[in-house]
Design a protein around this ligand. Structure first.
Ligand SMILES: O=C(O)CCC(=O)C(=O)O
Ligand SMILES: [Fe+2]
Length: 338
């Protein structure tokens, strides 16, 4: 593929990560080294050779289709809550912190978020720590296998994500476990997305141009297409469906942590297909308590790091409060009170 410098790309590269699963250290280093180049220059790649069965990915897609096919009042019983778990109806989010575009029309999608599970009687939930509470599940009488399917997938995706975290560590010359230490209680989001067919209209997006907040995103998409990634020239490069792959991308906190060695690249979705589209991004992020401070491996000599250290939890709450309508009133009250 043609890739010469940062941001100059005309397609999204494919990386076979099967080498990460063996014990050949040379093979592990080779994967990590190629990965580093992609994360530095593009911020996006496909990964293949992961160990997640296609049938488990498809089971989640089926579960997602069944959920979105429920009557609206049934879905609204799970309306997204203060812990960011649940259903975000069609046109529920407009990205206002986007530095990439002036965005005014709501996204043409509906979605449901499942985060890491926190039981109602968990001390974190009882103390009302931000984003710590139970997930909201559809009625098991309506969708009997839904919860099991989702929970199995979240386990599998977390294992894959940890592999990728280790590979990123290695790519930076760190020990494989160095970054994983910040993911002791990882903040995870599985988002199931449904994009109805949309009309071609200026400024109308399934998902408006944005960067992801977190560390890495691992996305499974159906065969419809519509995801696009922005290159340095400002062209939108398609990331079409590739069987058995995940699209992996760098989120803002990884870019910040790496002192901008890695790049968090704007992307968007326009569903021009005339078909409905389903996708399932999995966001794997640090513990809320993790201190995110420029990795020494990413700072040249005695240069001053570009960003102040930040607690992941503080950073995340600020981003979430800015972007979602349903939280805005609450956030305004909180800042008025504080
Ligand atoms: O649906 C997709 O392909 C992308 C979704 C996305 O970018 C997001 O949810 O952050
Ligand atoms: Fe995204």
């Amino acid at each position: 593929m043609s890739m010469s410098a940062r941001g100059e790309f005309s397609e999204i590269p494919v990386l076979d990560v099967s080498g990460l699963y063996g014990c050949d250290e040379e093979a592990v280093r080779a994967v990590a080294s190629t990965l580093r180049g992609y994360l530095e220059n593009i911020g996006f790649l496909y990964i293949v050779g992961h160990q997640i069965p296609q049938s488990d990915i498809e089971a989640v897609r089926e579960a997602s289709k069944q959920f979105f096919a429920l009557p609206e009042d049934e879905k609204l019983k799970l309306r997204i809550d203060k812990n960011f778990r649940g259903y975000l109806p069609f046109a529920g989010s407009t990205i206002v912190t986007s530095s990439v575009a002036t965005v005014s029309k709501p996204n043409q999608s509906e979605s449901i978020f499942f985060m890491h599970e926190v039981e109602a009687d968990d001390p974190r939930a009882l103390a009302e720590k931000p984003l710590q509470g139970p997930n909201q599940w559809p009625d098991a009488a309506l969708l009997p296998e839904f919860r099991e399917t989702i929970e199995r997938y979240v386990d599998q995706m977390s294992t894959l994500a940890r592999k990728m975290v280790a590979a990123i560590s290695i790519s930076l010359g760190l020990s494989p476990d160095e970054l994983n230490a910040h993911f002791e209680d990882p903040t995870t989001f599985l988002r199931l997305l449904h994009y109805p067919t949309q009309k071609a209209e200026e400024g109308l997006f399934g998902s408006a141009p944005h960067t992801d907040y977190g560390f890495i995103t691992l996305l499974a998409q159906d065969d419809v297409g519509g995801l696009e990634v922005k290159n340095k020239a400002g062209d939108w490069v398609p990331a079409p469906p590739i069987p058995n792959s995940f699209v992996m991308n760098v989120g803002d906190i990884l870019a910040r942590w790496s002192n901008d060695v890695f790049v968090s690249t704007p992307h968007r979705v326009i569903n021009r297909s005339g078909r409905e589209r389903y996708s399932q991004p999995f966001f794997f992020d640090p513990s809320m308590e993790a201190q995110i401070e420029a990795l020494p491996a990413c700072v040249v000599d005695d240069a001053k790091p570009k960003y102040e250290p930040v607690l992941y939890g503080d950073y995340l709450m600020e981003r979430i409060d800015k972007n979602y309508h349903y939280r805005k009133k609450k956030a305004a009250q909180e800042s008025a009170a504080g």
